[in-house]
Design a protein around this ligand. Sequence first.
Ligand SMILES: NC(=O)c1ccc[n+]([C@@H]2O[C@H](COP(=O)([O-])OP(=O)(O)OC[C@H]3O[C@@H](n4cnc5c(N)ncnc54)[C@H](OP(=O)(O)O)[C@@H]3O)[C@@H](O)[C@H]2O)c1
Length: 249
Amino acid sequence: MKTYMITGASKGLGEAVSVQCFQEGNHCILVARSTNVALIERAKLQGAQVTSISADLSIMEQLPAVIERVFSEIGNSDELYLINNAGVVEPIKPAGQLEQGKLELSMKLNYLAPVILTNSFIDKTKDFTGKKTVVNISSGAALRPIHGWSAYCSTKAGLEMFTRVAGLEQQKEENPVKIISFSPGIMDTGMQANIRMADEKDFADAELFQSYKDKGTLRSPQLVAEKLFRLLEGDQLENGKFYDIKELI
Ligand SMILES: NC(=O)c1ccc[n+]([C@@H]2O[C@H](COP(=O)([O-])OP(=O)(O)OC[C@H]3O[C@@H](n4cnc5c(N)ncnc54)[C@H](OP(=O)(O)O)[C@@H]3O)[C@@H](O)[C@H]2O)c1
């Protein structure tokens, strides 16, 4: 049995990744604040084992309990996957106008939660000899500055460096966890809808992002999830590497 732990599984890319997980024999542990009831029904119809955990990953005090719950569900698995996907693009505003509360939420959800989950995954699976993989969902914004996105860019950049360092460390282990970044490119999800709602004063590229939607250049999360799963099926993953959807299409 393969077990996939997927954060932000209720919508967007996380929902599409969950659908890829729903194959007979897989166990899919879905984490988000809300429960996508239709998605869980679909899992059952397809013969997948599904566990839905309702949790706000930006509340640090609750993370230890979430981690205990997730790992208590693993059972007898041959392969373990953690897909750190939950994220927010907000706050979209130039530095100097950022609200502390929104900054903290971004840092906690986009950076601290995946770092803490990856750290726990490495620790809790140290005696597990099967294939074990962590995917940190990244972004082109981890590598280049975007006006108005200092919070998002810096959290994704921080997570990217964490992934590289943890991947480097794992290379020395006898029984390593493969830890990679995966950049899904621009996708037609709720996050893009939120980006298009940003004020032009706060976000210099507002028109450009509107044009992605108008010209139909946003990728479907389903296509991206399929490519991610094909990537994970192989045995050639390079520890710490930044994989970009553009190189997989
Ligand atoms: N869309 C793009 O163009 C794009 C481009 C590059 C990278 N990405 C990255 O891809 C990933 C998925 O993005 P998306 O576009 O699919 O976003 P989305 O449609 O907004 O979905 C975000 C997911 O995260 C969950 N989430 C949000 N806040 C949470 C919290 N506090 N605790 C737990 N779960 C939470 C949401 O579920 P609930 O609301 O139910 O909690 C939802 O399932 C993100 O890491 C994003 O940075 C997206």
